[in-house]
Design a protein around this ligand. Structure first.
Ligand SMILES: Cc1ncc(COP(=O)(O)O)c(C=O)c1O
Length: 373
């Protein structure tokens, strides 16, 4: 199996650890172990009592129950924990698709939602979020793309990098369209809990039995280093993932599952602290953009913690982002990682002071890039 390179990961490899100001990540600010212990009441005794044993294939009972209480109406049989949602996506795609199958996938989008299927020899049909519509999802366009040959539909809402999402009505319509076709649905819910003006969308795998939804500690929870993710769905469907799981990762670490269990049990507290910060940063970003005299245009995100602004006077945002990374120590992800040359992914989940500094440096770089407005 040969998987194409992911330009986003290549960019992160070069700049994530080489910069001090993070204006490019898609998650909220990460928590330290000490902060988590204080905030969630994890004691040293609990950690000392832990044995580095193997864990159950589907995940530790405690973590599965915590996830079930939060997402699957208390049914742990509908929960399969994974190494990040990346493994969940890999398991789902590899198990549900066959070479030659047709898959409709939101575009632009997170790379592994299409790269795994493409590497298997599937036909990828992009459901385009069109720039000229502010990337608003067009359900009529989706309806026209899905047909009897569609084996699987893969989407991610709230969406990375644009921050667009479905309204509650659109969500129902979307599920009706997919369910009407009988296709599998891989619903990437990495940002489900990060919404600003609306409630998070409901769990789709409870509504459609051919849906696998994926989630992660990496984005709203600020715990990407735990590498804990999950997939939710019909137990019969999840069971089909076992052979690949056994060949790939076998089980998760009991240590990271312990932290994840506490985090999920107190998710409202943990997520709301970071979501409030992101909301404040988002307001700052709106003010900053308003002061950029047309050098930056955008569609304000409905969820997630990335915006996808356009720089109309910068023909090559790669160059801008590279300069920011090398000379100003600022991480900003060029839109070329998602198929747009004059845009960048701008993450607003970080600490307020760092975010402000990042915007100042970006403002300076924009003032000297390309023709003046
Ligand atoms: C939309 C989306 N899905 C899935 C992932 C995978 O994240 P992880 O493997 O850390 O859960 C990411 C990471 O950036 C993402 O943005």
């Amino acid at each position: 199996m040969r998987v194409d390179r992911a330009p986003l990961e290549d960019w992160m490899r070069e700049f994530y650890f080489a910069t001090t100001i993070d204006l490019g990540s898609s998650g909220v600010q990460c928590w330290s172990v000490g902060e988590l212990m204080d905030l969630l009441g994890i004691t040293a005794e609990e950690l000392r009592g832990l044995t580095f044993d193997d864990s159950e294939t589907y995940g530790s009972p405690g973590l599965r129950e915590a996830l079930a209480d939060r997402f699957t109406k208390g049914d742990p049989d509908r929960v399969f924990t994974t190494h990040g949602s990346t493994e969940a996506i890999f398991l789902a795609m590899s198990t549900l698709l066959e070479p030659g199958d047709e898959m409709v996938v939101v575009s632009p989008g997170y790379h592994s939602l299409s790269s795994v299927a493409a590497s298997m020899g599937c036909r990828i049909v992009p459901w385009r979020l069109r720039e000229e519509d502010g990337f608003a999802p067009d359900l009529d366009a989706l309806r026209a793309l899905i047909g009897p040959r569609t084996r699987l539909v893969a989407v991610n809402f709230p969406h990375n990098p644009t921050g667009v999402s479905l309204t509650a009505d659109q969500y129902e319509e979307f599920l009706d369209i997919v369910a009407g076709s009988g296709a599998y649905l891989v619903w990437d819910g990495a940002f489900t809990e990060l919404t600003y003006a609306t409630e998070p969308l409901p769990e789709p795998s409870l509504r459609y039995d051919r849906c696998v939804s994926t989630g992660t500690m990496s984005k709203a929870y600020g715990l990407p280093g735990t590498r804990v993710g999950w997939c939710l769905g019909d137990p019969k469907l999840l069971k089909r993932f076992l052979p690949l799981r056994d060949a790939l990762t076998i089980c998760l670490s009991p240590l990271t599952q312990l932290f994840a269990e506490h985090a999920i049990r107190q998710a409202d507290l943990l997520v709301s602290l970071r979501r409030d910060r992101a909301r404040t940063n988002l307001a700052l970003l709106a003010d900053w953009i308003a002061g950029q005299e047309g050098r930056v245009t955008w569609t304000p995100p409905a969820g997630g913690c990335t915006a996808y602004p356009r720089f109309p006077y910068v023909p090559d945002a790669d160059e801008l982002c590279r300069r920011l990374g090398r000379e100003d120590s600022v991480l900003l992800v060029p839109g070329s990682c998602f198929g747009h040359r004059d845009r960048a992914r701008l993450g607003f989940g970080g600490p307020a002071e760092e975010f402000r500094t990042g915007l100042e440096r970006l403002g300076r770089a924009l003032a000297t890039s390309g023709p003046r407005p």
